[in-house]
Design a binder for this molecule. Structure first.
Ligand code: PHE
Length: 546
């Protein structure tokens, strides 16, 4: 998700120039991956296989009116819930790429909820009183129509939101303290926290389990409640945050990593370096990649790959020693949990969903059918609805995603279309649907099957932050450094990747006696612009060695 690129940019700005970025593929960006179904960018026939939306807080002071920095708050947007550095980076990249049109990043709105609130809501096979598919609003106002058993509390959605949001104020006020406080509950799964801590006393004991099941069904994904409660809170901290808007990048998120290329490509990026082995050599590390038997020696190595990839590598002796630190690192590489995610894109002759009485522009539909979530594209706003368009017909996580895994692309598209017909009986989908250009191949992705990621994004189980990740990051004696979204508190977001890059750049500069370069970076104009809202810098003592 661009960890390596951001670290590279920071090293370059700090004045440390003797490094290489080993990119395993022939493209930068990792899980920032736009799939283009047409070579003509103006056709907008693309889908976001990876990251697709950027949460942007409206600052309490400037109410979102300013760009990256706001004079009223002296560069420190209040209430930024952590993601501001992504926008600061985009601003910076646009500035340095001012004369390179191809690399310009234009932010456009990502419509999270459609303005008319017509996104369909279809659970338990229930329809509204006119036999139409419901909307979420209708369901909220007519709980009984939803068809849940008697033992599901009618306030189940609010209860879930409240369980998470109790932690938001502390996180807003002081991220360092907020995280420490949250970590007191790291040992709980979402399920055990709700069952043992939160719900008792609030609803009758005999209603607890069905209520939790309903929460997982409509507010999360199948099987996710067995994972850490801390993850659900952080998830909610981004998704439920008040006072925010959502953005995406015009013509595709891929333009974000690509915008680093004018600065980094020629000097530092080595493509097609598929690493398979690290070896200690004296106090250095030799890195091997496919097609080169000798490998290359480095003083310091930053590993940004997902741990499912690292798991298959031959690892250095360092990690094989019997010390507790090495034991923990080996456990972390094997155990830290990654979530599944699948996305299925369909091409239609027109944007049928934007027409008719219950038209939907942007936003989503939500269902317990296998497709679970439909995301209606925001990037056609203003274009004629008669033009061909790409729809994210199914976005799934966890067990919902895994259930697509055994079937072919064709079969999954067929199922997706069938479910879409249920949600949109008003449209003639057989007539509207068109196969994606076979020349351009697949139109779906199941992230656990990708050899470069082996999973979608980190989503830890109970105690994994406390017992594994934070301990793994603590070792300042090693010249192998761990970065990537999985090493930050914001899993599954670009900001997690960027935060982790800041952490390792500091780590490496400190270890190599280049503290002055780190300070130069912090004091430079570029450094200030990029890092003034970096929340990680406020809480790095969480993993400092005691
Ligand atoms: N960031 C991704 C999204 O927008 C994935 C994600 C999944 C983030 C689960 C948090 C939790 O959907």
């Amino acid at each position: 998700m661009s960890t390596g690129l951001f670290a590279g940019l920071l090293f370059d700005l700090a004045g440390l120039k003797n490094f290489e970025i080993l990119e395993c593929s022939n493209r930068v960006g990792g899980r920032v991956l736009t799939k283009y179904f047409s070579d003509v960018k103006e056709d907008k026939l693309y889908g976001e296989y990876g990251a697709m939306r950027l949460p942007k807080s409206k600052c309490d002071n400037c109410h979102g009116q300013s760009g990256s920095t706001c004079d009223n708050c002296h560069g420190h947007h209040r209430n930024s819930h952590g993601h501001q550095m992504v926008f600061d980076t985009i601003c910076y990249l646009n500035k340095i790429n001012k004369y390179a049109e191809d690399y310009r990043i234009d932010l456009i709105n990502f419509i999270f909820t459609d303005a008319e609130e017509n996104g369909r809501y279809f659970y338990n096979n229930k329809r509204d009183e006119s036999c139409n598919i419901m909307t979420q609003k209708y369901a909220d106002e007519n709980f009984d129509a939803l068809g849940f058993p008697q033992t599901v509390s009618k306030d189940y959605r609010k209860l879930y939101e409240d369980a998470l949001s109790q932690f938001f104020d502390e996180l807003d006020k002081d991220i360092r303290f907020g995280i420490k406080k949250l970590m007191e509950y790291d040992g709980y799964s979402v399920y055990s926290y709700l069952k043992e801590i939160y719900l008792p006393g609030k609803i009758p004991k005999e209603d607890i389990e069905e209520t939790i099941a309903a929460m997982e069904m409509t507010e999360s994904a199948t099987g996710l409640f067995r994972l850490a409660f801390t993850e659900a809170v952080m998830d909610g901290y981004t998704f439920l945050h008040k006072n925010q808007e959502w953005k995406t990048i015009k013509y595709g998120m891929q333009r974000f990593p690509d915008a680093f290329k004018p600065t980094l490509e020629e000097k530092y990026i080595k493509y097609n370096r598929k690493v398979f082995k690290l070896k200690n050599e004296g106090n250095k590390v030799r890195v091997y990649w496919e097609g080169d038997d000798n490998g290359q020696i480095y003083d310091e190595v930053i590993v940004t790959c997902p741990l499912g990839v690292v798991r298959q590598w031959e690892l250095p002796d360092e990690l094989d020693k019997c010390s507790e630190k090495d034991y923990i690192k080996r456990r972390a590489i094997r155990e830290l949990n990654y979530d599944n995610s699948a996305k299925i894109f369909l091409k239609f002759k027109s944007r049928f969903w934007e027409r008719g009485e219950r038209s939907i522009v942007g936003g989503n539909s939500s269902t317990d059918l296998p497709i679970r979530t439909v995301i209606y594209p925001s990037y056609y706003v203003g274009d004629s609805t008669d033009k061909q368009a790409i729809l994210l017909g199914s976005y799934t996580w966890a067990n919902d995603a895994a259930k697509y895994a055994p079937y072919s692309q064709k079969e999954n598209v067929k199922l997706c279309l069938k479910n879409l017909k249920t949600l949109h009986p008003e449209a003639n989908l057989d007539e509207e649907w068109c196969d994606v250009d076979p020349e351009h191949g697949d139109s779906s992705i199941y992230w656990p099957n990708e050899p470069t990621t082996v999973g979608a994004f980190a989503l830890f189980g109970p105690s994994q932050y406390t017992n594994l990740l934070y301990k793994m990051l603590k070792d300042s004696n090693s010249n192998i450094h761990w970065a990537g979204e999985h090493t930050d508190i914001h899993h599954a977001w670009i900001i997690g990747a960027l935060n982790s890059a800041v952490r390792v750049v500091k780590e490496v500069l400190y270890r190599t006696n280049n503290v002055n370069l780190w300070n130069n970076l912090l004091n430079s104009d570029a450094g200030k612009e990029l890092l003034c809202n970096c929340e990680w810098l406020k809480c790095d003592d969480i993993v400092k060695e005691k």
